[in-house]
Write a protein that binds this ligand. Structure first.
Ligand SMILES: NC(=O)c1ccc[n+]([C@@H]2O[C@H](COP(=O)([O-])OP(=O)(O)OC[C@H]3O[C@@H](n4cnc5c(N)ncnc54)[C@H](OP(=O)(O)O)[C@@H]3O)[C@@H](O)[C@H]2O)c1
Length: 297
């Protein structure tokens, strides 16, 4: 049996479906009852609860041959760092108390850096450190690069005058990855349990793309081949994110991360390899990205 934390999210939901298709028994942990019902209908055992509740999470992990963990990210939380630390510590305590020995932890490229990477340094770096301190547990750190979804998150597909906008420079090649490929790598690892210690696997997409190129590809898919990518200043980005519900602190973390991406300081440890290069191209994923966006009320 395999437990998936974040089972109702973008990556976790895909992991659950892949595991079920491969004939595995899956415990799906999340809170969205609608998605949990969908996963239950597909054959998973749903567990609804808060990841900050150590007793709940321990029971969800207990008896699992392997567990998928992730650190849910909450940009509207008044105390983002405190919230991440509390959730992260609860996940680690539940691993320890449940006796689980194999953990696949969804992290990010750049998580080795202590500072200068925004969200990654504020949340995933300390979480990797907490997980590494576990004794007798083999943790595989999956470190994907930027998800395709994130690159075009600002586009409103229903607004014919809208733009794509972020602080990342328009012409810097950036590694971008499909969440299907992240889920595939996670599901394979959870099934094979072919790692030991604190191994790191990076997932980099098939090739680097600039934000301007990715925006053009997305624009073509929504019938707007001239969809512009606009590079915002840090202050403009913070104002836009605060309006969208981020706190000033988390908006500043987003900007710091964007500047680090532009500067090329968030990247793979050892460059691209055949293992870290994943197959799905942005061009192949774009129709689904548009479809998902149109489902959002
Ligand atoms: N976005 C990127 O470009 C990128 C790149 C590299 C790494 N990452 C990392 O990937 C992770 C995000 O993965 P994702 O996109 O699949 O996440 P997501 O779609 O935002 O889903 C978040 C999941 O966490 C669950 N969750 C949130 N708060 C919870 C709580 N208090 N208790 C229990 N469950 C809770 C949600 O459940 P409910 O919805 O049911 O509440 C949902 O299943 C983050 O750690 C991020 O740093 C992201």
């Amino acid at each position: 049996m395999i437990t998936v934390l974040g089972a109702t999210g973008t990556v976790g939901r895909k992991i659950v479906h892949r595991l079920l298709e491969a004939g595995e028994s899956v415990r799906a942990v999340g809170r969205d009852r609608g998605v949990l019902a969908e996963l239950a209908a597909a054959g998973a055992e749903p567990r609804s609860g808060d990841a900050a509740d150590v007793a709940f999470l321990t029971e969800a992990f207990r008896g699992a041959d392997a567990v998928h963990t992730m650190l849910p990210y909450s940009p509207a939380a008044p105390d983002f760092r405190g919230d991440q630390a509390r959730l992260g510590a609860a996940i680690v305590a539940a691993i320890r108390q449940s006796g689980v020995r194999k953990v696949v932890a969804l992290s990010s490229v750049g998580a080795e850096q202590e500072a200068g990477t925004g969200f990654i340094a504020a949340s995933l770096h300390p979480q990797e450190r907490r997980l590494r301190a576990l004794e007798g547990v083999d943790v595989l750190f999956l470190r994907p690069t930027l998800f395709f979804e994130s690159v075009v998150a600002a586009v409103d597909v229903d607004d014919p005058t809208g733009v794509n906008a972020d602080v990342v420079a328009p012409d810097v090649p950036v590694a971008m990855v499909s969440t299907h490929d992240v889920a595939e790598a996670a599901a394979e690892a959870l099934r094979s349990r072919d790692w030991s210690g604190g191994e790191i696997r990076e997932l980099l997409g098939p090739r680097d793309l600039t934000y301007a190129e990715a925006t053009r590809i997305f624009g073509r898919a929504i019938g707007r081949p001239d969809l512009p990518y606009v590079q915002l200043s840090g202050d403009e980005m913070i104002a836009a994110l605060v309006q969208a519900g981020f706190t000033a602190d988390t908006a500043a973390l987003h900007v710091e991360m964007g500047h680090a991406i532009s500067a090329g300081t968030i990247g793979p440890l050892g460059g691209r390899t055949s293992r870290s290069t994943t197959r799905t191209r942005f061009e192949d994923a774009v129709a689904e990205l548009v479809g998902n966006r149109q489902e959002v009320p």
